[in-house]
Design a binder for this molecule. Structure first.
Ligand code: GTP
Ligand code: MG
Length: 454
């Protein structure tokens, strides 16, 4: 059903903007700026009517639930791990968190594009508010102890900036969005920019948490008429305008302190969970590689002994079904045979589409020609290519399995995502290791083939 006209924000904002600009041009210059802003607010804000404020981001799970989940994860890892000391340090950190929230002061930090005025803002807020100005890097490098982030921009936010705000909210970080350098825009533009920001951040950041500042307004040239008719010009440095930010910070820090501390504990639990998942991946990977090392030669030998066209080999499943089942068990995925078949078909499909058979056979052929391999059996090129492709496909599957929860309760299978990861594992860098693989593989292939013949 089409949305009623009055609810279409873009249309209403545009109408309001034109109305505002018209009024600004039509009314006398002495009209008070505040009243202007009020008028524009009434116009541009039409679409907010009847709405119960900005939708809050999804509520994070409670600390108790998060703690229980991570404890379970830790226990299952300790059962699986060959290392009896695995996770002991993390268990102690969890126990510490169970004693109650960390009482250290609430930590603030600025974040934003280069040059938007972060450092200037931090200096202007001091000493009332101590705000950390971290070195540029990825948001993931912010420690969990940072409770509140001032996300600074200097106008409307670009898609990349919006994504960062999304990331901050998704990682349970209290966020205020600061539109700095507002002095660079006319008052009516300032208002529209702020409205635009609120509308773009709707559902993510409440409009009360979007504030405009001028941490270091540009100087204004002032003209002074002196006696005798001469004119003196000098710069006047306006005071920073931080009132709305200070006011918002004061409210948030007094009214939301308990929530901010809870958020910190949840982030600490989430970090421990991330560390456990990472450790599990590190422990499982060598076991997965060992399974691949063993299984990759089977299709290789088949192709070596009775040189099948490689394309047929791919069509029947580049990665052996048993290998898929074994990898699935290692990663607690419990694939059914049908799922395993669907996986091998997906991997083969990606390989066929990318035309990797040709690439691989060319690389192997030129390697065998330029190296002093004394005897090359007819199926060597096919055998080595088949083994290498099996390996690459299986590595794509391992990348997929590493993305899944380490002990999943349900087993949904995304063949689309698997296909993406297999495509990545077959990217241009994939052939770098092929000559070394061929060198090591040629003898092995011949041995295995002799073994299978006897
Ligand atoms: N007009 C105007 N200029 C400002 C304002 N705030 C900061 N600036 C200027 O913007 C420039 C960059 O300010 P910084 O504080 O260094 O910006 P930053 O975000 O810390 O920059 P990086 O550390 O490089 O990421 C400086 O020339 C500031 O004087 C403001 O409110 N209005
Ligand atoms: Mg700076």
């Amino acid at each position: 059903m089409p949305r009623p006209l009055v609810l279409r924000p873009v249309l209403i904002s545009l109408l309001a903007a034109s109305l505002g600009v018209f009024l600004l041009n039509a009314l006398p210059a002495w009209f008070d700026e505040v009243l202007w802003t009020g008028l524009l607010a009434a116009g541009a804000g039409l679409w907010w009517w009847g709405k119960p404020g900005t939708a809050a981001p999804p509520k994070p799970i409670s600390l108790e639930v998060a703690l229980r989940e991570v404890e379970e994860l830790l226990e299952r890892w300790q059962e699986e791990s060959p290392n009896p000391q695995a996770g002991e340090q993390l268990r102690q950190q969890l126990a510490q968190l169970q004693l109650g929230p960390d009482p250290s002061p609430i930590q603030l930090a600025v974040w934003g594009r280069p040059g938007v005025g972060k450092t200037t803002l931090v200096q202007a807020l001091a000493p009332t508010y101590r705000v950390w100005d971290p070195p540029t890097g990825s948001l993931g490098s912010l420690p969990p102890s940072v409770d509140l982030v001032l996300f600074v921009g200097d106008g409307d936010l670009e898609e990349g900036e919006l994504n960062q705000v999304r990331e901050l909210r998704a990682t349970d970080r209290r966020t205020l969005v600061v539109y700095n350098k507002k002095d660079l825009h006319l008052p009516q533009q300032q208002f529209l920019i702020q409205q635009q920001l609120c509308s773009r951040l709707r559902g993510l950041i409440s409009s009360a948490d979007v504030v405009a500042t001028s941490a270091a307004p540009n100087p204004l040239m002032v003209r002074k008429y002196l006696q005798g008719g001469s004119i003196q010009e000098f710069p006047d440095y306006p005071q920073p305008e931080l009132q709305s930010l200070r006011e918002r910070l004061r409210r948030v820090l007094t009214q939301e302190e308990a929530d901010l501390r809870l958020g910190r504990s949840r982030r600490q639990v989430a970090r421990i969970k991330g560390q456990i998942c990472q450790a599990i991946i590190q422990e499982r990977r060598p076991r997965a590689l060992a399974l691949i090392d063993q299984a990759q030669w089977l299709p290789g030998v088949a192709a070596f002994v009775s040189p099948l066209p490689l394309l047929d080999l791919l069509a029947t499943g580049a990665v052996n079904i048993q290998l898929v089942l074994d990898l699935g068990n290692l990663y607690h995925q419990g694939f059914s045979r049908d799922q395993a078949r669907a996986i091998t078909t997906t991997i083969a499909g990606v390989m066929l589409k990318l035309g990797v058979v040709e690439v691989s056979t060319q690389v192997v052929t030129s390697f065998l020609k330029t190296n002093a391999v004394t005897f090359v059996a007819a199926g060597a090129v096919q055998g080595l290519s088949a083994a290498y492709l099996t390996r690459l496909g299986a590595l794509g599957l391992v990348a997929y399995l590493e993305e899944q929860p380490p002990f999943p309760a349900a087993h949904p299978l995304s063949l689309e995502r698997l296909g993406e990861l297999v495509r990545q594992s077959l990217g241009p860098g994939a052939w770098r290791n092929l000559p070394a693989f061929a060198l090591q593989g040629i003898g092995r292939l011949a041995r295995e083939a002799r073994g299978s013949a006897t």
